[in-house]
Each structure stands twice: as C-alpha cells, then as structure tokens.
Design a protein around this ligand. Structure first.
Ligand code: PDD
Length: 287
C-alpha cells in the first residue's frame, strides 16, 4: 500500500477520498503532470513545473503550493528510489454540478507514485521496438495544456491495441502531431525531424531534452510539419516520453520503417540520454 498526497496531507491510499462533486470527476476540469524520480531525484523538475504552471495558468487555477517540496516528500514517504509521480490539480469541489465556476474555489490536489524502470541503467538492448498505426487526432486544439480529458487518447490507443499495434500516431489535417502519450521523431539521412511545437501538441520534456542533446552533440535537427509520406519514408521513427524514454517504432500501418531495426541515430541518442541521466544521478544537472 502506498502513501498518497491529498490537499496538504500524506495519507495511506485507502484513506484519500475526493467528493463526487469534484469538478475533476464531473467535467475533467483539471490538469496533471507525470514526473519521473530516479534514486529519489526528480528528472527535469524545473521544466515539468514550468509546464505545470503553464497548464494551470491556461485554465485559470491558482495555487501557491511548493510542488517540489511536496513531491520530493511523497517520493521519500514511498521509499525513494525509482518512481514516477502523478500530480493532478482539479478546479475543486463546488458542492453541486454546475458548468460555470467561481474563482474562489479551492483546488483539489492529488499526487501518487507508481514504479518506473530506470530505463537508462537498462541499456539499449533492453528497449523493445514497437509497432504503430496512424489514427485521426480527435483531440481539442489546446493540446499544449496537460489536461486530464484523455478520452480521445484512450480510445485511439485501445483501437491500436485491438489492431495488434502498441501505439497510435495522431494525424490532424494531413499532419502528424504526436502519439497518444508521447512525442514523435523521425530520422532521414542522419537528420532528426519532429513536429513543431504548437497548441496541437504537448511540449514534451523528453522531446525538449532530445533537441538540447542534438544541439550539444552536433546532430542536425529540424522542427517541421510531418506528413504521412514523410513518416513512412523515414529511416527511423521514435516516440518519447518521461515514463517510456525513447522508443524506436519499426512498423507503421504494417509498413516497415527503414530496415525494420533500431536505427543508428536512435542508438546514439539513447546513449546520450543515458549519459545525461547518469550525470544527473551524480548531481551535475540537478536544477
Ligand atoms: N504523457 N504528448 C502527450 C500527449 C503526452 O501525454 C506525453 C506524456 C508526452 C510526452 O511528454 P513528456 O516527455 O514530458 O513525458 C507527449 C505522460 C507520460 C502521461 O500522460 O502519462
């Protein structure tokens, strides 16, 4: 049984209760973050908290909680080590169901942990490549907000699974945006490509770090529109997220990508990412 955080208290999970009139439950009126902790240390905490503040501002929820302190304490209460922290902030409980809200509501704040593999310790051979299908992006036009309204993501992911794939890549107006819970990268002739940051995709923390590492290590990259043809003719396709790291995609809609194996640039980026994490553990990138 784990310890969770709810509205200022650290509690055993079965004691944490939220009202049926909470707007997160009734309307999905809430935002979230998922932050990996390795050996008790938050990975890219500053960037995650900046994105959280962006989401909160965008939906006009105000909170003065010291997130870093709460989350670090929560991880410690659950034994430290490698854990992924889920943090959700809802607009709160109005005591009734009403679409309109008033600005004085107290947000509901919930956080819990789940186990995470230390992917970077694991080594490239342990990473299993995946198959994807392309599906229509049914989401709203504010995908830069990390909202808990995830029904479109859930439905297309489930459809992908039913079709024997592991992930769905989303396409809006003939352009690929991202995966159901991950960002998208392609490689063509040694150059890295990823869809531009916009309100149609989530500004992924892993995506940003990949671009920083590419910059630092002389890997050419470009942020641009990716259409279906460009996707299928790529030498490599990857998806990435905080919980899964960087995963090679070797098949899309039944078409083999490149030679159907993990590509050389993926291997290089995986090593750069692993090195970055090892340095983080040694305290070099801590803030
Ligand atoms: N999701 N795009 C979407 C739609 C996502 O939901 C996520 C992450 C990402 C990758 O972002 P990051 O690198 O910051 O994790 C991109 C989390 C992991 C989730 O929903 O569980």
């Amino acid at each position: 049984m784990q310890t969770v955080y709810l509205n200022g208290q650290f509690l055993p999970e079965h004691e944490a209760k939220v009202s049926v009139f909470d707007r997160g439950f009734l309307f999905g009126d809430s935002v979230y973050e998922v932050i990996p902790f390795y050996q008790g240390v938050g990975f890219r905490m500053k960037e995650h908290l900046e994105r959280l503040n962006h989401s909160l501002r965008a939906i006009r929820i105000k909170s003065d909680v010291d997130w870093e302190q709460v989350l670090t304490q929560l991880v410690a209460a659950n034994g430290g080590g490698n854990l992924s922290v889920y943090l959700q902030i809802t607009r709160g409980n109005a005591g009734r169901r009403s679409h309109a809200y008033d600005d004085t509501m107290e947000p509901t704040i919930f956080a819990c942990c789940s186990e995470i593999k230390d992917i970077w310790q694991a080594g490239a051979d342990d990473i299993k490549p995946i198959k994807a299908v392309v599906s229509e992006d049914l989401r709203w036009h504010r995908c830069d907000i990390k909202s808990t309204c995830l029904l479109p993501n859930i439905l297309v992911l489930q459809q992908a699974k039913d079709e024997g794939a592991d992930e769905a890549l989303l396409s809006r107006d003939q352009r690929l945006t991202e995966g159901t819970a991950c960002n998208l990268f392609l490689v063509k002739r040694g150059v890295l490509f990823t869809p531009k940051r916009s309100s149609e995709i989530l500004g992924g923390i892993t995506r940003q770090l990949i671009l920083e590492l590419a910059d630092e290590h002389g890997i050419q990259y470009q942020e641009l529109d990716v259409d279906y043809e460009r996707l299928l003719s790529a030498d490599e396709v990857w998806v990435c997220s905080s919980t899964r790291g960087i995963i090679p995609v070797i098949e899309v809609d039944g078409n083999r990508i490149g030679d159907g194996l993990k590509g050389p640039l993926w291997n290089k980026m995986f090593e750069l990412f692993s090195d970055y994490q090892r340095q983080l553990m040694a305290g070099e990138h801590n803030k």
